[in-house]
Design a binder for this molecule. Structure first.
Ligand SMILES: Nc1nc2c(ncn2[C@@H]2O[C@H](COP(=O)(O)OP(=O)(O)OP(=O)(O)O)[C@@H](O)[C@H]2O)c(=O)[nH]1
Length: 412
């Protein structure tokens, strides 16, 4: 399975760049992508961004809708001294006004972005059906079909509701195909049906092209923004968080854990005899080794609130959310074993030393303090035998549950 997210739900630069290349392709021989959706977890992240940005627009559209209804009925009432069309009035009161109001209120729900697209889909269906009903009523009485209503509804689906291009197309197709059928059922002349179908189809096609261009531009801009942000937060060689981001995000997560009554853990990871590795195989091989160890480190911090950072040359750290002592130690042992099993062709096996620090919600610690404790334990692991895990607990360093033989330096 492809992962475009790293441990903490921010986007991985390579995944973002690949999508950017795909959307940007087509200036040469490759055709531009018709389908705009991203692969993997990029799509939900983009939809969230889109939903968040569209909430204000939706509110505005709904307020305008409500004002139009009110204006229409006030005008109708005052010019005719009564409601000239009680059936339309009834339809509005029973259907359009409460629906619009409910959707408007829904945009204020907590975390409303989660529901924005659902609200948009319901809203679009609701509008399409409402407009078709109104057209049918008008046609039934021999009045002109309210073409403007249908056009406004199509534009609304495409540009105001926040539906993605493919969804807006489905609704347009629904309106374009049902409205003429409705007219034929009501036995309007074939010229009228043709005119009507031609007009509505042209509006749908133009809107669809406009919407595709608009969404594509929005997707490219979002990818560029994500790429810049994720590059500024990550170490370019390994993709792990840089020092600054690891500490700042870690502090926020520690505060969150305290509020939610969760334990947290920090694992310090340092490659053994790395200087010797560099000296024997060269700096490029050293870089490759760092990347491979980093991949394992990142794999061990995959849950949404875990973090993996590169704190210095060959030193990494992992922050584990909602993790107790026993799980932290077992995760550390897993990681140590995984590095030991790593096979870099033509090179000696490598090992890591690790230090573990844990905190309960009652300990008022900072990320700096926890990394400091994990470091002290890590130095003890280096001093003892390397290729082992040591733990900081009860204000002192302790051996981990499992003790294994120490590592050895690469042969010079
Ligand atoms: N290839 C490569 N090497 C790096 C990078 N950053 C730091 N180093 C090297 O990592 C080595 C770290 O060496 P030391 O701190 O002496 O540690 P060590 O040799 O691993 O010894 P112990 O940690 O005690 O087992 C130094 O030789 C640095 O030049 C990097 O980005 N790429």
């Amino acid at each position: 399975m492809r992962h475009d997210f790293l441990a903490d739900n921010t986007l991985e630069p390579n995944g973002v760049q690949a999508e950017l290349d795909r959307l940007d392709s087509g200036r040469g021989s490759v055709p531009r992508r018709l389908s705009l959706a991203f692969t993997g977890n990029l799509e939900p992240a983009f939809l969230r961004h889109r939903a968040e940005s569209v909430v204000t627009l939706q509110r505005l559209a709904m307020i305008i809708g409500m004002l139009l209804y009110t204006g229409y009925f006030t005008h109708d009432f005052f010019t005719a001294r009564k409601f000239s069309d009680p059936q339309v009035w009834g339809l509005m009161v029973a259907f359009a006004v409460p629906g619009n109001l409910a959707l408007f209120i829904a945009t204020f729900l907590r975390e409303s972005w989660r529901y924005t697209l659902i609200v948009a889909r319901i809203g679009a269906l609701f509008h399409t059906t409402g407009m078709l009903l109104l057209s049918a009523m008008a046609a039934h009485r021999g009045a002109d079909i309210p073409l403007e209503f249908l056009i406004i509804q199509l534009l609304y689906d495409f540009f105001l509701l926040g539906l993605v291009w493919s969804e807006a197309n489905v609704l347009a197709l629904l309106a374009v195909s049902t409205a003429p059928m409705l007219m034929m059922t009501l036995q309007r002349s074939s010229l009228e049906v043709f005119d009507f179908t031609f007009f509505i189809t042209s509006v749908a096609i133009l809107s669809s092209i406009g919407c595709h261009l608009q969404e594509r531009t929005q997707r490219v801009a979002w990818l560029r923004e994500q790429l810049l942000q994720s590059m500024s937060e990550r170490d370019p060689l390994t993709g792990a968080y840089n020092h600054r981001t690891f500490y700042s995000r870690g502090d926020k997560l520690i505060r969150q854990a305290r509020r939610e009554g969760r334990n947290v853990a920090v694992l310090g990871v340092d490659i053994d005899y790395f200087k010797r590795f560099n000296d024997v195989y060269g700096h490029l091989a050293g870089d490759e080794c760092l990347r491979q160890v980093a991949n394992i480190v990142l794999e061990h911090a995959r849950r949404p609130l875990d973090l993996a950072g590169r704190l210095g040359g060959e030193e990494f750290a992992i922050f584990l959310y909602d993790t107790n002592r026993a799980s932290a130690l077992s995760r550390a042992e897993d990681l140590r074993e995984a590095v030991k099993a790593l096979h870099i062709p033509g090179k000696v096996r490598i090992t890591v030393s690790m230090g573990v620090a844990t905190a309960t919600p009652l300990d008022s610690v900072t990320m700096e303090a926890m990394v400091g404790q994990a470091d002290v334990a890590l130095y003890r692991a280096k001093h003892d035998q390397r290729d082992c895990v040591r733990e900081w607990a009860d204000n002192k360093v302790r051996p981990s549950l499992q003790l294994v033989g120490g590592g050895s330096p690469p042969a010079a």
